[in-house]
Design a protein around this ligand. Structure first.
Ligand code: UN1
Length: 503
């Protein structure tokens, strides 16, 4: 295992590290080589309870630290992530197989959200409203919420935690993080960096980690009324379960679930810009972003041209070792994902789809990892392909044609999920129609920019089966606080609202 990387990240002596195969541990596999890179001891129920007790205890102190001072702690954490950007980016690549550029981009996203959170620490504004009663003040305040649960997926093993953790920390909450069991090492390193900095500044127990099986730790976490908010990223199926369990105890949920994102290309689109945007969004992270473009909806007049250009571009995409310069597509996370990829292609073919590019496993010399070929499948003449309604977490792009923009928008909206969407056009009318109330029904709708790669400054999340949550920028911080409305009577008489007399 890359002990040197662990040294650099300060987790070489972490007591969770174990030898592969030891009882009570999970083996971490490098998806590029299918070889074990380490093992991590799993938490049981008792360890979970200890962690949540600690997060509750530290919350009782942390909530009374002035928010701008909390911001200073987060500022120092952001600086520490800057120092460790390269090492952590490498660990992300090693553990989940995304190319180094994207591993580094992910850590940059963490640095960006930390900066954002620092500014926010002086802007947790409440409103004051004119009171209908004389000598009364009506206002609201935002108070810290509590220790919050964060459940994250393998594909953004560092940044999605940071979206939650950096905001939650300035909001005065403590964090209990349950990372994906495919990426526990990145979680250990990320949490250790944040905890080390906070501890040195006199604030232990803000950032907490539980690594354990869903059935043991996950079930406990979602049912735990000590955690007033659970922010969960993962599949729609997982979200339905988490949402129901948290609602059962009147907890709050922030759900960031699957996407089945489409891009529309109309007849006025600038293809020089459009084609690379589609390729990045469809094959980047080997199609394993919740924001990946999975469906392309192309005006019939440019269909052949777009397909030809895309196929040519796909031929230039280098599949290989994610840590090697020049690689654009790394492996999928595991064999199950490869099987899911192959099953989706089989289904598409049976449904009349035509494979224009890829369509099979990929061989990379010297590496036994979980590689597949980025794939383009054109829908049959009927323009229907049932399999395209599923989110397959792999680089498969289904291509459909349209005649009118209304028809294209209806197709784009015609799936269960509603995360991201895009239109490529030079027509102001088409762009505005896409963004209008009757346009895209997604949480994110872009013009001449791909479906993936959102900046942290905007609120991130989606509608329908994507779960409705919003994380990251804008006013997403409100999810991590409780709103309190205050009426203050500074007069000498008791006045009742609604003009009620009660003499
Ligand atoms: C995810 O795939 O869960 O917009 C998050 C993007 C990234 C975040 C993706 N900034 O693609």
């Amino acid at each position: 295992m890359s002990c040197e990387l662990f040294e650099r990240l300060g987790i070489a002596g972490d007591e969770r590290l174990a030898s592969p195969g030891a009882p009570g541990t999970i083996t971490v596999t490098n998806p590029a080589t299918a070889e074990p890179i380490g093992a991590v001891r799993l938490d049981d129920e008792r360890a979970y309870d200890r962690v949540v007790a600690q997060a509750s205890e530290s919350f009782a102190r942390w909530r009374s630290v002035p928010a701008p001072e909390r911001g200073q702690v987060v500022r120092a954490i952001g600086d520490e992530f800057r120092k460790h950007k390269t090492a952590l980016g490498e660990l992300v690549s090693l553990e989940v197989g995304k190319i180094l550029q994207e591993g580094l981009g992910e850590v940059q996203e963490t640095i960006d959200i930390a900066d954002f959170a620092v500014g926010l620490s002086r802007q947790l504004y409440g409103l004051t409203m004119p009171s209908e009663r004389p000598s009364h003040r009506l206002m609201e305040q935002w108070h810290p919420l509590g220790p919050i649960g964060v459940i994250s997926a393998f594909n953004f093993p560092n940044a999605v935690w940071a979206w939650n953790a950096m905001l939650a920390a300035v909001c005065g909450d403590t964090i209990v993080w349950k990372p994906s069991l495919f990426a526990p090492l990145t979680a250990m390193a990320s949490n250790a960096i944040a905890d080390r900095v906070a501890r040195a500044l006199g604030h232990p127990g803000i950032f907490n980690l539980v690594i354990g099986a869903d059935q043991v730790v996950g079930e406990r976490l979602i049912a735990d009324s000590r955690l007033p908010l659970v922010s969960a990223t993962g599949s729609c199926r997982m979200g339905k379960h988490v949402g129901a369990a948290v609602a059962q105890r009147f907890g709050r949920c922030l759900l960031e679930l699957g996407g089945n994102n489409a891009a529309i290309i109309d007849q006025t689109a600038d293809l020089k810009l459009t084609i690379p945007a589609i390729v990045f969004a469809a094959v980047g992270t080997a199609g394993q972003r919740c924001t990946s473009t999975r469906r392309l909806i192309v005006h019939e007049s440019i269909m052949d041209d777009v397909c030809r250009r895309l196929v040519a571009a796909y031929k230039t995409v280098r599949i290989g070792d994610p840590l090697k310069d020049g690689t654009l597509v790394g492996p999928l996370i595991n064999q199950r994902s490869v099987d899911g990829f192959l099953a989706a292609i089989d289904a598409a073919k049976q449904q009349g789809g035509e494979v224009l590019a890829g369509g099979a496993k990929a061989e990379v010399a010297g590496l036994r990892g979980f590689y597949v070929q980025p794939t383009i499948i054109r829908a049959p003449k009927s323009n229907r392909l049932a399999i395209a309604s599923d989110e397959t977490f792999a680089p498969i792009l289904y291509v459909f044609s349209f005649k009118t923009l209304d028809e294209a928008i209806a197709m784009q909206n015609g799936v269960a999920q509603g995360l991201t969407s895009a239109i490529f056009t030079d027509s102001v009318r088409a762009a505005e129609a896409f963004l209008a109330a009757s346009g895209s029904d997604c949480g994110i709708a872009n013009v001449n920019a791909g479906t993936s790669g959102a900046e942290i400054g905007g609120a991130f999340g989606g509608e329908k089966e994507t779960g409705g949550g919003r994380e990251s920028g804008s006013d997403s911080w409100k999810a991590y606080m409780r709103r309190q409305t205050n009426t203050v009577n500074f007069g000498t008489e008791l006045k009742l609202a609604q003009g009620i007399r009660f003499d």
